[in-house]
Design a protein around this ligand. Structure first.
Ligand SMILES: Cc1ncc(COP(=O)(O)O)c(C=O)c1O
Length: 377
């Protein structure tokens, strides 16, 4: 549930009163500036959602038809869709079971052993496809272990686009996510820590790339009066109305992050003694944004999901692993054991930033009761 308890009404009303409802208007610039300051990123370009951000970044680094993009199968489907929109295909790397994120060592091994450098890039030796980008997805608020990935990417000249859509506020070895690769992408979908209803942000350390993102997301308009467009662009801009809400939300980022961590700690503590319970880890090289409270409840999270639903408590499994998705039948025969195991056992518990102590306690009691009661045979 979104937490609308700041200046949202006031700023949206001001945008309505001023008549700036569409993609031009003062809140868009202000949201970009204030987001950049709050997320500690040098440049931020607002777009209409996280998927558009990913798509545009893939385009900007030159991903094109027939290419491969290295990514994880344990994710919401959007990054793989964005790769598909470019005519490229994902090269899936299984997750590291200790942090549930794309395994950096398997990534390096793939690029070193199964690919070869050629004059115009790095190519998969089996398929002959060019590896045009690496897209690590920082799932559930926790960063990917980026250093080995960044090192090999730098060595081979492969651009890295961070899908940080679920991890606003997370830090990797003292640096905020979204600043580690060529581009970072964020989402302000209704389920995200900061929401504008729908929205996204592209971040980069390079001012020229930020300008290019702005240009391409604004239909590559060279001349606004005569409607001259320098190339094929995209209408991926965020509206001023949404940006007004974004400004109000980003003002509350610190408080939101703090509340998420409090809820995490209560749950972790409350379930610590339960057999078969494994909380989502937080590696000592990072600070998680704790976006979603997801834990492994071995052996079957779905039993717990149904039992809690009967008590009126809504929980969610993780995503169907993308290599098993009917949307991508070419990958259905592949196996990624860690991804599949985590997807099978994981359950996300209620953890919105305005959840009350009473509601958290109710969830704790119900989970404990279901898990510790004897199972019918
Ligand atoms: C990992 C991941 N990538 C991309 C997206 C896409 O963002 P949006 O819904 O804003 O298009 C989402 C979620 O919504 C996501 O969870």
């Amino acid at each position: 549930m979104p937490n609308i308890s700041g200046n949202e009404w006031r700023y949206v009303k001001s945008a309505l009163d001023d008549g700036w409802v569409s993609t031009a208007g003062p809140f868009v610039d202000r949201f970009e500036r204030e987001f950049a300051a709050a997320a500690k990123v040098p440049h931020a370009v607002a777009v209409m959602n996280g998927t558009a951000a990913l798509h545009l970044c893939l385009k900007m680094v030159g991903v094109t038809s027939g290419d491969l993009v290295v990514t994880t199968p344990l994710t919401f489907i959007a990054p793989v869709n964005a790769i598909h929109y470019c005519g490229a295909a994902p090269k899936f790397i299984d997750v590291d079971p200790t942090v549930w994120q794309m395994d950096p060592h398997q990534t390096v091994r793939y690029l070193r052993e199964e690919c070869e450098p050629r004059e115009n890039g790095t190519f998969d030796k089996t398929t002959g496809q060019r590896v045009a980008a690496i897209m690590p997805v920082h799932i559930l608020g926790h960063p990917v272990d980026m250093d080995p990935i960044l090192e090999i990417a730098h060595e081979l000249g492969i651009p890295v686009i961070e899908d940080a859509t679920e991890s606003l506020g997370a830090w990797y070895k003292g640096k905020p996510v979204g600043t580690l690769g060529t581009f970072g992408c964020f989402s302000f979908n209704g389920n995200k820590l900061v929401t504008t209803g729908g929205g996204g942000m592209i971040t980069t350390n390079d001012p020229e790339l930020a300008k290019r993102a702005k240009y391409l997301s604004n239909t590559a308009k060279d001349e606004p009066i005569e409607f001259v467009h320098g190339e094929v662009g995209y209408n991926y801009r965020l509206t001023n109305l949404q940006a007004a809400m974004g400004v109000a939300q980003i003002e509350q980022l610190t408080a939101f992050l703090q509340r998420k961590r409090e809820v995490f700690e209560v749950y972790n503590h409350a379930f610590a003694d339960l057999e078969g319970f494994r909380p989502m880890p937080e590696a000592d090289w990072c600070r998680s944004a704790c976006w979603l409270y997801t834990a492994l409840f071995a052996p079957e999270s779905r039993t717990l999901l149904h039992a809690l639903a009967e008590e009126g408590i809504q929980t969610r499994p993780l995503w169907q692993p993308i290599h098993k998705s009917p949307a991508y039948p070419t990958f259905n025969a592949l196996t990624f054991p860690e991804t599949e195991r985590i997807a099978q056992q994981a359950l996300s518990l209620p953890c919105s930033t305005h959840i009350t102590e009473e509601q958290v306690n109710r969830v704790v009691e119900a989970v404990r009761r279901v898990i510790t009661s004897p199972q019918p045979r």
